[in-house]
Design a protein around this ligand. Structure first.
Ligand code: ADQ
Length: 490
């Protein structure tokens, strides 16, 4: 797939496995996220390596044997970067989750700019880079993922280790007025310029990055147009691209049509007496706009009494970062809002909001998507949002409506056929839901068919290939703008 490149080396904060201690025994299981599904076959076919933290602190010896067994079976190597509890606290919970995550999602008031976090972030990045240097050779392609590890190329170079490197940012890149609040803004930008390719989810993220670059490094010069452009800084050049991440469309599509899942979807509808289902699915995170969404449902029922007893809102929230106080507070806020709306609007035989705080197995999740008449995806800010794409892939009857936040990266691709809303505008969201409720069958089918086509073409394999091609190609003309690229997996 990539000429001249020996192996693909993926570097991410977490390894693509779940390592757990159950009753004193350590176990390791394959992870199930989209990134794992997309990259695992690529690594397996090309004999690659995945470098990351196992997810458990201070587990050095217990885990390495288990990972070796797992590697033998998976067909690619897993290399764990062991982290101490102090490192996990300041690098992961601190710098990554209390500074970069809120700042890059425009929540600057939630940031805790502690210098200790920054120092530990650098130490841990150096530790990762040492493992990368030890585990790789000069003709390997090192693909680094996400905001936890922005300094990999910088440290590899400072060690004198020459590697071809690419970086993909899964979260948004903020506008200069927000990014410039970061006390270590220059060092972060400078570190990113050390990669050979930096990939963003959307053209807007890339534009934001270019604006920050112009402000902090006025000598930088941009060349080219389209999805991939070149930046020259002094004697050095690197590339910037927009590569919207996606899902394995066929996998979701086929699951949704499997007879047992069709039956499960029917059971979900039956349990709600075949009322229209509005569905929300998210990690429980303040960026996902769950309280605002629930308030919109309250407003919907207040303003449009014709829908009383005719809709159900089902919110499924997967527990996330439960150790963090802010996330616990958010959970309480959501539970109170659900209680208040149900207390105000329920009548015998009808409870408007059904809230589930748990992770669902893939099959159950797909059954919920397939059963839902409206997918309500309203993050306050999101790099992409895969739930929006999963909902479309599972809507095999082409009968659903996607109501989507204009602040999700997915809106750039899906805006023509999704019902776009401002998630802060509770009345606007309520109005959109009311309209969506009355959309006729033909309108629903037209829009959903287009949405599904978009996700089918720009699937996760298209994403991997376009990043890797940009990572090693020398010809910019190979890269037409993302919006017009047509791709089908051969
Ligand atoms: P996330 O913030 O985690 O990802 P998202 O893209 O929506 O956000 O992915 C969430 C995943 O979790 C989906 O695949 C979904 O199916 C799954 N999920 C959510 N709730 C679940 C539940 N209750 N049970 C089981 N599974 C559940 C980050 C960025 C995003 C970006 C992705 C990929 O924040 O913007 O789209 O990375 O780059």
């Amino acid at each position: 797939m990539v000429p001249g490149i020996r192996r693909l080396v993926v570097v991410s904060n977490r390894l693509p496995v779940a390592v757990r201690e159950v009753d004193g025994e350590w176990t390791v299981k394959a992870g199930a996220g989209g990134l794992v599904t997309a990259l695992a076959p690529v690594l397996r076919d090309r004999g690659g390596i995945w470098i990351g933290w196992s997810g458990a602190a201070d587990t050095d010896d217990h885990v390495s044997d288990l990972l070796a067994d797992f590697s033998a079976e998976a067909g690619y190597d897993l290399r764990a970067v062991p982290l101490t509890s102090a490192e996990v606290d300041d690098y992961y919970f601190g710098f990554s989750n209390e500074i970069i995550w809120p700042l890059f999602h425009d929540f600057q008031t939630r940031c805790r700019f502690k210098p200790d976090y920054w120092r530990m972030y650098l130490d841990v990045n150096f530790k990762f880079a040492e493992v990368v240097a030890r585990s790789t050779q000069s003709d390997d392609y090192v693909w680094v993922h996400d905001y936890h590890l922005m300094h990999q190329a910088f440290f590899l170079k400072s060690m004198g280790v020459k590697r071809s490197t690419g970086f993909f940012l899964h979260i948004p890149f903020p506008t200069p007025d927000i990014f410039l609040k970061l006390p270590w803004r220059w060092k972060v930008i400078q570190a990113l310029t050390e990669y050979d390719l930096v990939g963003f989810q959307t053209m807007q993220d890339r534009r934001n990055f270019v604006q920050c670059l112009h402000m902090l490094m006025p000598e930088a010069r941009i060349e080219g147009r389209g999805a991939v452009i070149t930046v020259h800084v002094g004697s050095r050049s690197f590339r910037l691209g927009a590569f919207p991440i996606s899902i394995d469309f066929n996998q979701f599509n086929e699951l949704a049509d499997r007879p047992d899942i069709v039956r499960e979807a029917f059971r979900i509808k039956e349990a709600l007496r075949h009322r229209k289902i509005i569905l929300g699915v998210d990690r429980l995170d303040y960026t996902k706009g769950i309280p605002e969404r629930i308030r919109s449902i309250g407003t919907l029922l207040d303003r449009y009494p014709d829908l009383k007893g005719r809709v159900n809102f089902v919110q499924i929230a997967v527990p996330s970062r439960t150790e963090v106080g802010e996330y616990r507070d958010l959970r309480i806020e959501i539970e109170q809002l659900v209680g208040r709306i149900n207390g105000r609007h329920s009548f015998p035989g009808w409870v408007p909001v059904h809230y589930h705080y748990r992770s669902l197995p893939r099959e159950k999740l797909v059954a919920h998507y397939a059963a839902a008449d409206v997918g309500l995806v309203t993050p306050l800010r999101d790099g992409m949002n895969l739930v929006a794409k999963e909902y479309c892939a599972c809507n095999t009857g082409e009968d659903g409506v996607l109501v989507l936040s204009e602040f999700a990266g997915a809106a750039a691709q899906l805006q023509k056929d999704a019902y776009l809303v401002n998630p802060y505008d509770v009345e606007g969201v309520a109005k959109a839901l009311h309209r969506a409720f009355y959309w006729d069958k033909a309108t629903r089918r037209d829009h959903m068919a287009n949405l599904r086509e978009q996700v089918r073409h720009h699937n996760i394999y298209w994403w991997v290939d376009s990043f890797l091609q940009a990572g090693v190609s020398k010809n910019l003309d190979d890269f037409p703008p993302v919006e017009t690229v047509k791709y089908e997996r051969g």
